[in-house]
Every structure is written in structure tokens, then in C-alpha cells.
Design a protein around this ligand. Structure first.
Ligand SMILES: [Mn+2]
Length: 329
């Protein structure tokens, strides 16, 4: 069932205790959306606990309120409502699975993934929105819930990070209007915000990147480039997960390359693939073939098997994919 904006406010009215959570491996949209809707509910005199079972990535710790995000649900807090943001399926929520067993729990689902399973009792899913932050901005405008500077910064981070700072195809005129309104009304310092997100890398993450860049290979007529990050390299440098996320952008950024992949060996026998693409290819479909998913320009999946075998398997699949494209053209 779709939840029009006004109905959201009617729905939340009778409840007091809310837990807000996002998807596992939280990104800027997940954290920014959690903080903003958490603050909005608090303004509406609700008791709110924000929970994410993983640490907030370092680059988002400057966001006000991020230190209040708890790693687990306090045992003395029994929520009436679980509000999930930016989470496409209930299995990916950053909470222990037994949260779903709380008697009478109402579930609200605010998201923008086209693959959202509408798992909530009420769902507010806008597949055309660039970020969940964009949906929340619209929701709070309709509800006339005023934003303060911290909420505006968190929403800006949500939208900017999910659009690659307004470069990806999900960036619409409306996205820019929302960003513009946030900047104008709350005097956001964009250069400072961009520095917080992009220029706080650890020395080790840059040195590790150097090794990863040396592994880049190009194949399939120059259309596919891939890089490898194995256990040996990871052991040599101690680098948090979040910091290796952006490595995949380098193979993708090579001239003529349509698909960039990072093969990251999580442990011997398990490999995480990050996919990035230009407008030529929908990588969510390629990742889906291996049980993963995501967006057209950015997707992910995990494969089991030795690193070399996984790479060979994936490249042979992409080769077939391109052959088929040629045949259908
Ligand atoms: Mn998102």
C-alpha cells in the first residue's frame, strides 16, 4: 500500500516510541536520512532511538547527531514503530532479525530503490527520487516540519553522496531544486562539506589504492576494466571498509570503459564485486545474474570461490553479455 505524504503524518500520530534504522553497510544517504527523520520525529514529540548495527563511516561522523546512533536497540526500549530508511528489503535492515518479532510493531518503509519489496505496513517508495533524502525532504515540506541547519546538512549529504555529487543519471532537475533550497535556506558551506567527504582519506588507504591501481586490466574490446583487492593487500594495510568503496571508480573512469569492477576478496573463498558503469550498461542486471542488485550505474554482488576462478567466471559472463548485445543490435 502506498502512503501519500499526509497519510504518513496521520499514521505516526497515535504512536510514541519509534526506532529509526537504515540498511547494513550504511552510506551517506542511509546515515543522512536516519538523522533527519530521527530529528523530525523528535520535533513531533516522539521518543526516537536511531540504530545501526555497524559503526557510522568516519566521513559521516561530522554530521551532528551521528554519535547518537546506537549500535543496538536498548533492551528497555520497546518501539511501537520501526521506520526503515533507504532499505530495499527487510533482510538488509541494520538491526537484529528479532526486531521483526516485537508484538504489534508497525513498520514504515521510506525508500527510493526500484527493487524495494514494499515490506512495510505502510510504504513510501519513490523509485524516481535520487536519494531517500530527497523523499524525506518532500515529506517534511508537506508536513511543514521545519528543518534546522543540522537536518539540512544531513539531507544534503544524503542527496549529494547518492548522486556522486550531482553527476549520476539519477540527478534530476528536482534533485537540484531540493539541493538549491537546502543551500540557500541554511547557508550550507558546500566546499567544506565536500572536503569532509572526499578529503579525509587515511594515508594507508591512498597507499593501498596505489597497489589496487596496479592490478587494473582492460578487456572485452576495451569496454570492461577491473581491479583486484586481495587478502594479502588488505592485511598489509589496515584500512576500513568504507575507504575502499571508491576504488572501483578508477577502472570505470578509463576512456572507453563502460563497466568497471572491483573484485575484493573478503576472505579466502568469498569475493565481493562492486560494479560501476556509464550510461551504456545497466550493471544492476549484470550483478543480479550473480544474486546481487543495486542501481543501473552502481551495483554489487558476492560470489563464492577462489579469486581467480571468480574473475574468470564473471569476465566470461560479461563477454557473453556483449556478444548477445551485438547479436540483437
Ligand atoms: Mn539511497
Amino acid at each position: 500500500m502506498d502512503l501519500p505524504f499526509q497519510e504518513f503524518f496521520r499514521f505516526v500520530k497515535p504512536y510514541r516510541r519509534f526506532v529509526v534504522s537504515c540498511h547494513i553497510h550504511p552510506d551517506g544517504d542511509a546515515i543522512g536520512s536516519t538523522l533527519t527523520i530521527g530529528a523530525a520525529l523528535a520535533q513531533m514529540n516522539k521518543q526516537v532511538v536511531m540504530v545501526c548495527n555497524e559503526e557510522v563511516p568516519n566521513v559521516y561522523k561530522f554530521l551532528e547527531g551521528s554519535s547518537q546512533i546506537k549500535r543496538e536497540l536498548p533492551s528497555d526500549f520497546i518501539p511501537e514503530v520501526l521506520l526503515c530508511v533507504d532499505c530495499a528489503e527487510k533482510e538488509r535492515i541494520a538491526l537484529p532479525a528479532n526486531v521483526w518479532e516485537i508484538p504489534g510493531l508497525q513498520v514504515l518503509n521510506i525508500d527510493h530503490h526500484i527493487t524495494n519489496t514494499n515490506f512495510g505496513d505502510y510504504n513510501l517508495v519513490w523509485p524516481n527520487a535520487a536519494a531517500t533524502g530527497e523523499v524525506i525532504f518532500s515529506l517534511l515540506s508537506v508536513g511543514q516540519i521545519p528543518l534546522n541547519h543540522n537536518m539540512a546538512t544531513a539531507l544534503y549529504i544524503a542527496i549529494a553522496t547518492d548522486t556522486g555529487f550531482f553527476r549520476y543519471t539519477n540527478t534530476s532537475g528536482y534533485t537540484l531544486e531540493v539541493a538549491s533550497q537546502l543551500v540557500k535556506e541554511h547557508q550550507l558551506e558546500l566546499a567544506k562539506i565536500a572536503e569532509q567527504v572526499h578529503e579525509q582519506k587515511s594515508f594507508n588507504s591512498i597507499r593501498l589504492l596505489g597497489e589496487v591501481l596496479n592490478t587494473i586490466q582492460i578487456g572485452i574490446g576495451g569496454k570492461v576494466a577491473w581491479a583486484v583487492l586481495d587478502q594479502q593487500m588488505l592485511a598489509k594495510y589496515s584500512v576500513e571498509n568504507e575507504e575502499t568503496e571508491s576504488y572501483v571508480n578508477y577502472p570505470r573512469s578509463i576512456e572507453g570503459v563502460e563497466v568497471g569492477i572491483l573484485f575484493k576478496e573478503l576472505r579466502p573463498g568469498e569475493v565481493k564485486l562492486s560494479w560501476r558503469s556509464t550510461t551504456a550498461v545497466d550493471v544492476s542486471k549484470l550483478a543480479a545474474n550473480f544474486g546481487g542488485g543495486g542501481h543501473a550505474r552502481a551495483a554489487g554482488c558476492n560470489l563464492n570461490g577462489p579469486l581467480k576462478t571468480v574473475i574468470a567466471e564473471v569476465l566470461s559472463y560479461i563477454d557473453d553479455y556483449y556478444q548477445q548485445q551485438c547479436n540483437t543490435e
